[in-house]
Design a protein around this ligand. Structure first.
Ligand code: 26V
Length: 814
């Protein structure tokens, strides 16, 4: 045995070649030799080797931030849809080529190894994926960012289909451990619930909680492009304050002894998938308080390391609230300052308001959080008191400015209708900036949900249109296109996507168009293989690949797409030789487990797929595919192979969309409504290179208010009428006339999301798509112009916008 020389300097990770480092980890960390290692083992060994390389940059970054007192940005989010981390880390560290070569020499395929990593899906959809893109961009731009969230033991459910119906099974991303995280047992905070509040003899409020849960930190380093700036994603895991009731255990009451622990740990057990049971709601509120309180305690501790003046907090820390889920930060920060640090209430509120900023991500009434007062009284009595005081302060502020203004509808607490805490109002009142996520959405925020508050604080609302990281969403997911772009204009676009504009002139170059077309063709062959492997369905890779992938929701109108598919099927059947453009309709997305209609729409699409795909008269002219278990990894497979991107939400309802940006960047043309960021995408790619149809937001709002008669519209839309008749007569359900009654009833009697009045415009526009796809060379010219004109939609631009307008945090230039 060798003895260790304690004075020996630590060998920096970069002293080894990547290959040697991987082999060392395979043996000494994974405990396997090469001959027995399976892909997962290589994946862990490679992750650890790359992580080592990131650690030096991570520590340098931290030291630099402390030294320069760079302002820190804290991104509080219930969701981080990070997806697999290994390829991202290798790419950002500039080691893709080296890794490929190393495994090549061993006769192994890097992409098989990358695919063996579990996909952490700690989110529901767009809001969570945006948080992940922001982490990448903050590190690339040099913002001193820390992401705070929850280390869910189980991310969003795994979706499969049984006879076409959605089945939900628990997801298990941590089952083989997590190579990326560093557990920090010493970083632990107590988060309290319940109990009562009493005034002591000095007049101070004393909260005696009845429940205490500990939050423990797990850190994941997030490297920016080039690996120089490395930020942290800190996720909290819950633990009982009481380890085990040994007394009960010794009495043989094993279940009771462990109960406290099980209850406490249930807080971070599972991601909330958006259902609405009473027990579920209480757990969700506790999750929100849990991670928000732990994060704020951590932020204050860090601030106190080198600062004693609380009034300087906003100068050194900006806290971004990702939707209202962490809005409890408003009273919690005030509570920490008043109850724990002895500040006055008014001063504390001023500090909190100057530190906090709130992003709104939806105008849908059911997604705007509100909690029963009763629940707050029971779980958070001290916070409720503080919210009442904030409301009073707010009312006084308004009264001083506008005499006679009725503030009640704007307050955080609504004492009527049974009593509610309105989290959107609370977040607005307690933040210095409130932002929307696309130009249209921000405008609608001002006109609708926050109309009154906007009148009082006209400078508070501003826009920051969403963006996506070009590293994951082009460089990594589409290596063929990335290589072609780099070969043509150089590689500056990876770090600064605005450089991709240099591609535009090449749209007029026939040779380049050919190369671009060859890349798309190869990506489609790859996607066809993926579809076959996932579903068994064989599709023709030369068909038009028409893709709609996102959460299943009425406002996103997968139903409109499905109805058009059925109408197209009828038309093809009627005249198969009419020169149709062969098309594959590809769907993917999860429905919330309790969202009955969304689940019925999935079943309908699966039933349509079964019928259409089996019809030999139709053959390759139309195929329908619903891929199970949509997640970040599936998106990375699908997007590079798409020709057409479906962004067909009811105008006024999609706050931004970010999938729309990913498709356009990868050279798919969009068919879409003037909704969310589609409006800005159209402005950038040009009217000729996008297919816009349907009603605009103001018309939709007018029709919804007037109340329309969808059955009349259906009767005036023959193609749609026929399809609705077929569905009700059991055409897609083996004669079962009841199965889709819920869908038919919705279309005919309610149609809140205006599928029927947009149907014809959508049909006509799809036929325009058919015609344009026939001129394949011109199609590719437009596709190139989409890619070339998407530079502005980099999340780096978005982050710079937040840094300048909201956080006032200068990036670290390195
Ligand atoms: C609401 C709820 C309510 C029930 C429990 C689970 C749950 C989870 C999340 C939400 C809020 C959803 C808001 C959201 O994801 N909005 C999306 O945000 C994207 C990023 O800004 C944007 O691109 C999408 O248009 C928007 O729908």
């Amino acid at each position: 045995m060798t003895t260790r020389d304690l004075d020996m300097p630590v060998t920096p990770a970069n002293a080894l070649t990547l290959g040697d480092a991987v082999l060392r980890h395979l043996v000494y960390s994974v405990g396997k030799d090469q001959s027995h290692a399976v892909e997962r083992d290589w994946c862990v060994a490679l992750s650890l080797a790359i992580r080592d390389l990131m650690v030096d940059g991570w520590m340098d970054t931290t030291r630099r931030i402390y030294k320069t007192k760079q302002k820190r940005v804290y991104y509080l989010s219930m969701e981080f849809m990070i997806g697999r981390l290994l390829e991202d880390a290798i790419a950002n560290m500039g080691l893709i080529k080296e890794a490929k070569e190393f495994f090549g020499e061993l006769g192994l395929n890097l992409s098989d190894i990358l695919n063996s990593e579990p996909d952490p899906a700690l989110g529901n959809g767009g809001l969570g994926r945006l948080a992940a893109c922001f982490m990448d961009s903050m590190a690339t731009v040099g913002v001193a960012g820390i992401g705070y969230g929850i280390r869910y033991e189980h991310g969003i459910f795994r979706q499969s289909f049984q006879d076409g119906w959605q089945l939900e099974e628990p997801e298990d991303w941590l089952v083989f451990g997590n190579a990326w995280e560093f557990q920090r047992p010493e970083v632990e905070y107590s988060v309290e619930f319940g109990g009562s509040v009493q005034r002591d003899n000095t007049g101070k409020m004393i909260w005696t909680p009845s429940e205490r849960i500990l939050a423990g930190a797990f850190d994941t380093p997030i490297a920016g492009w080039g690996g120089k700036h490395v930020n942290t994603l800190r996720l909290w895991s819950a633990r009982s304050a009481e380890v085990l009731n040994l007394h009960q255990f010794n009495q043989g009451e094993f279940m009771a002894a462990a109960q406290q622990q099980v209850l406490a740990e249930s807080i971070t057990k599972v991601l909330y998938p958006g259902d609405h049971t009473a027990e579920g709601r209480e757990l969700r509120l506790k999750q929100e308080v849990f991670f928000t309180s732990a994060s704020l305690q951590d932020i204050l501790r860090r601030f106190r390391l080198d600062n004693t003046n609380w009034n300087e907090l906003p100068q050194y820390a900006a806290v971004q609230l990702n939707d209202t889920h962490p809005a409890i930060a408003v009273p919690e920060l005030v509570r920490l300052l008043v109850d724990k640090h002895g500040l006055e209430f008014v001063e504390s509120f001023e500090i909190a308001r100057a530190t906090l900023h709130y992003t709104n991500h939806t105008l849908l009434p059911e997604a705007l959080e509100k909690w029963p007062l009763e629940l707050f009284e029971r779980c958070l009595p001290r916070h409720l008191q503080i919210i009442r005081e904030i409301d009073n302060l707010f009312a006084a502020e308004v009264a001083a400015k506008y005499e006679g203004k009725n503030v009640d509808p704007m307050k955080a607490i609504d004492p009527h209708h049974g009593g509610w805490v309105r989290m959107g109002n609370l977040a607005f009142i307690g933040s210095s900036h409130v932002n929307g996520v696309s130009a249209l959405h921000t405008e609608l925020m001002k006109q609708t949900v926050f109309k009154d508050l906007h009148e009082i604080y006209p400078d508070r609302i501003l826009n920051q249109t969403n963006g996506i990281t070009p590293r994951r969403w082009l460089y990594e997911c589409n290596p063929l296109l990335a290589d072609l772009i780099t070969e043509t204009i150089g590689d500056a676009w990876v770090k600064d996507l605005e450089h991709i504009a240099a591609l535009a002139p090449h749209a007029d170059d026939k040779t380049f168009r050919k190369k671009f077309a060859a890349v798309k063709a190869e990506n489609k062959v790859h996607l066809a293989a993926f579809i076959k492997q996932q579903t068994g369905i064989v599709v023709n890779p030369t068909s038009l690949f028409d893709v709609q992938i996102k959460r299943i929701h009425e406002y996103k109108r997968q139903l409109l797409n499905a109805l058009e598919t059925m109408a197209l099927y009828n038309a093809i059947k009627e005249d198969p030789s009419a020169g149709w453009t062969p098309r594959v309709k590809i769907f993917a997305g999860k429905a919330a487990p309790s969202y009955t209609l969304a689940k019925l729409i999935i079943k309908l699409i699966n039933d349509v797929a079964a019928k259409v795909n089996a019809d030999e008269d139709v053959g390759d002219l139309l195929n329908v595919v619903f891929l199970p278990n949509y997640n970040v990894s599936a998106a990375e497979e699908l997007i590079p192979g798409a020709d057409l991107s479906e962004q067909i939400s009811t105008a006024g309802f999609e706050a931004s969309g970010t999938g729309n940006m990913k498709f356009a960047l990868n050279g798919a043309l969009t068919i879409g409504t003037l909704d969310g960021a589609n409006v800005e995408i159209k402005d950038h790619v040009g009217d000729d290179n996008i297919f816009i149809f349907g009603m605009e937001a103001d018309e939709v709002a007018r029709r919804q208010q007037e109340g329309c008669q969808p059955w009349m519209t259906v009767s005036e839309t023959p193609r749609l009428q026929e399809v609705v008749k077929q569905i009700s007569s059991g055409f897609y359900s083996h004669g079962d006339t009841e199965r889709f009654a819920g869908v038919v009833d919705n279309v005919l009697a309610h149609d809140y999301f205006q599928v029927t009045p947009d149907f014809d415009a959508y049909w006509e526009t799809q036929r325009k798509v058919d015609a344009e796809f026939k001129d394949v060379d011109n199609w590719h010219r437009k596709a190139i112009l989409n890619t070339a004109n998407m530079g502005w939609f980099s999340a780096d631009r978005t982050i710079r916008g937040y840094a300048k307008d909201i956080w006032k945090a200068l990036p670290d230039e390195g």
